[in-house]
Design a protein around this ligand. Structure first.
Ligand SMILES: [Zn+2]
Length: 449
């Protein structure tokens, strides 16, 4: 009997191993990867995009961001004005008749955009999305603009200004870049105070906490679907967990004047950050974090490293708060991807899709797709560069890079028999659209769905 059973097991194993051989992955392609690529690219082009991160708007609209680029920032090669791909983008979107951006030629493009701006119509940016097959786009802006259609563009507002209620002269003087950034945070906080009819800072920490919580709730009612931190530009992404009494004493000392020490300011910020994380969980309002290298000579790669957030992301007190690692941590994209193992943590690949060429971005996507493909989202980080070269061309560059890199990554995985072609298309739909659509529909975001 035992022997019979054994014989049956051997037969079953033989059958099983035959099918295992068919599904066995290979380090080299076993089929024509170029053909797979073309086939997949055609199907990927038909999938509408859900853009998790962008700054749509015209070049002179300062609300496209809550901060501004520091003077003389170094630009990476691909994002310089002379990248010929921008000419291709302008031809594809507008039928641009020239082959370069010589000032007299660029004028043609700037005139066209000025005319669109003057018309004030929201149809203009809708048409850009239509041309690129983008269904929905999150607009990370200080405030929304009337020329953006709220059905297509959903607002992501900023949370950093709540970090800077006190006299900021030491912060502002700390580097030339902070000299640009911090006055803009002060301006943003002043706008929030006007919005909430708060004339002076509340007299105690409880009052300030209430101001922060109600502003977040009010922004959500105005259509906000997430709140974004650019904190990595201003301070470390490591947030300690100070007791409330410490923050209360610091608030009491400085709310009416006086300059806090760097250490006092940091402790206050770490505390108020945790109030915001708690409130975001209650409001079901996802929190977006800039996690990537940043512009300017004084951006700290070490302080901006995505792993600094690990203690917060893995804190069980915040399991009801959704966190989105915007720009996917690049160049620490593996660390960011591993953090998305946490149920309430997601990432997007915005900015990488403009900075990296398709051949480079393909390798990033190939890695991400095999880790947590249900937690990764498309993003552009489209931004108006100048009068001629706008968010429009930037949208084009990100969409082109992402679709081609994704088709190539999936073609390799199918060619190596890691996944089937059907599975490849399922993963493509998750990444390009469905993960984001699901994330923002399960939230409680106010009314502009
Ligand atoms: Zn951005």
């Amino acid at each position: 009997m035992k022997r019979l059973l054994h014989r049956a097991t051997v037969a079953l194993l033989a059958l099983a191993s035959a099918s295992v051989v068919r599904a066995q992955s290979s380090p080299y392609p076993t089929t024509d990867v170029q053909k797979l690529y073309e086939d997949l690219l055609g199907k990927i082009n038909a999938i509408p995009l859900y853009d998790n991160h962008s700054h749509p708007g015209f070049a002179d609209d300062s609300d496209v961001d809550a901060m501004a680029a520091p003077p003389d920032e170094s630009s990476v090669l691909r994002l310089r004005d002379d990248n010929p791909e921008f000419v291709t983008a302008a031809k594809s979107l507008f039928g641009y008749p020239y082959d370069d951006f010589k000032p007299e030629h660029a004028r043609w493009l700037a005139d066209r955009k000025n005319a669109a701006k003057k018309s004030g119509s929201s149809a203009y940016f809708d048409q850009i999305l239509d041309k690129l097959n983008v269904e929905t786009c999150l607009a990370n802006r200080a405030f929304m603009a009337p020329y953006l259609d709220s059905k297509r563009f959903h607002w992501v507002f900023f949370g950093d200004s709540f970090f800077y209620p006190f006299d900021n002269r030491d912060q502002t003087a700390s580097t030339p870049d902070m000299g640009v950034y911090i006055p803009l945070q002060e301006k943003m906080l002043a706008r929030y105070k006007r919005q909430m009819s708060v004339k002076a800072l509340p007299a105690d920490l409880a009052g300030y906490e209430a101001f922060v919580r109600t502003t977040m709730a009010d922004n959500q009612k105005r259509g906000g679907v997430a709140m974004k931190y650019e904190a990595a530009y201003f301070r470390s992404l490591y947030f300690s967990d100070p007791p409330r009494e410490k923050a209360e004493a610091i608030y009491a000392s400085y709310h009416a004047g006086g300059v806090p020490s760097a250490e006092e300011y940091r402790i206050f910020q770490d505390y108020i950050f945790r109030v915001m994380v708690d409130q975001a969980g209650k409001l079901k309002l996802p929190l977006h974090f800039h996690t990537a290298v940043g512009i300017g000579d004084y951006f700290s790669l070490r302080q901006g490293h995505v792993l600094n957030l690990e203690n917060v992301l893995r804190d069980p007190r915040y399991k009801n708060t959704t966190f989105v690692l915007v720009h996917g941590g690049w160049p620490y994209e593996k660390e960011a991807a591993l953090l998305t193992a946490v149920k309430n943590v997601y990432l997007d690949t915005s900015f990488q899709s403009e900075l990296l060429y398709p051949s480079q971005f393909k390798d990033v996507l190939k890695q991400l797709l095999t880790l947590f493909p249900d937690k990764m989202m498309y993003g552009s980080d489209a931004f108006p560069f100048n009068d001629a070269l706008g968010a429009e061309e930037s949208f084009w560059l990100a969409a082109h890079t992402t679709r081609t890199a994704l088709a190539a990554a999936l073609a390799e995985l199918v060619g190596e028999r890691a996944i089937t072609q059907n599975k490849a298309l399922e993963l493509a739909r998750l990444y390009l659209h469905d993960n984001a659509a699901k994330l923002y529909s399960s939230g409680n975001a106010g009314g502009t769905k």
